[in-house]
Design a protein around this ligand. Structure first.
Ligand SMILES: [Zn+2]
Ligand SMILES: [Zn+2]
Length: 273
């Protein structure tokens, strides 16, 4: 079985370490067949036009088209040099979805050629719920019913965005919300996903199987197995398996488990070739 990791954050992300080349060397060591870089693109129209920062050649820089161009150039060089060594390298991006992101996603896709574009929700009502401090403010001041209404509303909107190839870590709210909302957040009525799955299926947009708990020494996937099964039964494409690694030592964590789970459902991830 040839395994690929399709959710990789190299050191262009402020919160990641390890160059494109270092990740590729590590991928060869792990005998992965392919690797796709998915640097965070945290454009947020609710804040300002270039709200995000990246790192470029070791320095913190404002996220501009020029920096995105340098990122893609570095991947292009790796594509050519690692292909002959048996590793396929893909250029991707993980766009943070907030209402209004559609225009920016369209502009980016018309300007650059990405092999794979993930759309992910990390932020609700201006609060980044995947940040420990902001999670406290977000989850601590709202009821679970309110949080779920907000989240599913956003999820439906992100599924409508035609500029994503797949949605990332579909139930990420559960990781950060459990501390404040309790176990109930892990048992959200599965039927709430039905309208989202219907949109994804109709628009040919996939979802990823995100194995990030494994890099923390835990088990399980985002979304959970139950949600993945429901997605598969609803005809949604599982387009990739990704570790969401932020350093080379996290690369490939949980990938084998993700492929084994999909294999048991007779599913092969439909990532770009
Ligand atoms: Zn993410
Ligand atoms: Zn990520």
């Amino acid at each position: 079985m040839i395994l690929s990791d399709f959710h990789v954050h190299p050191d262009f992300s402020i919160d990641a370490a390890g160059s494109v080349n270092e990740f590729c060397e590590k991928a060869l060591e792990l005998r992965l067949g392919a690797i796709c870089f998915t640097t965070h693109y945290d454009y947020n129209p609710a804040l300002d036009k270039n709200s995000g920062y990246w790192k470029c050649k070791g320095s913190k820089v404002k996220l501009t088209d020029e920096v995105v161009g340098s990122y893609l150039e570095e991947i292009e060089i790796a594509k050519n040099s690692f292909r002959e060594r048996g590793l396929n390298v893909y250029s991707g991006i993980e766009i943070d979805y907030t209402p209004g992101t559609e225009k920016e996603a369209e502009r980016l896709r018309s300007l650059f050629k990405f092999d794979y574009v993930l759309g992910s929700i990390h932020c609700i009502e201006g609060l980044v719920f995947s940040d420990m401090e902001q999670a406290k403010e977000y989850f601590g001041n709202r009821t679970l019913a309110q949080i779920m209404d907000d989240y599913f509303n956003l999820l439906r909107m992100s599924a409508e965005c035609r500029f994503f190839d797949a949605l990332g870590h579909l139930d990420y709210f559960a990781r950060f919300g459990q501390k404040y909302c309790g176990d109930e957040i892990n048992n959200i009525d599965i039927k709430r996903f039905a309208p989202v799955f219907e949109i994804l299926r109709k628009n040919g947009i996939g979802i990823e199987l995100n194995t990030s708990p494994y890099k923390r020494g835990e088990t399980g996937f985002h979304p959970s197995k139950k949600i993945l099964e429901e997605a598969i039964n609803s005809g949604v494409v599982i387009s990739s398996v990704g570790s969401d690694c932020h350093s080379p030592d996290e690369l490939g964590k949980g990938i084998k488990e993700g492929y084994l789970f999909l294999g048991s459902k007779k599913i092969i991830p439909k990532h770009p070739v």
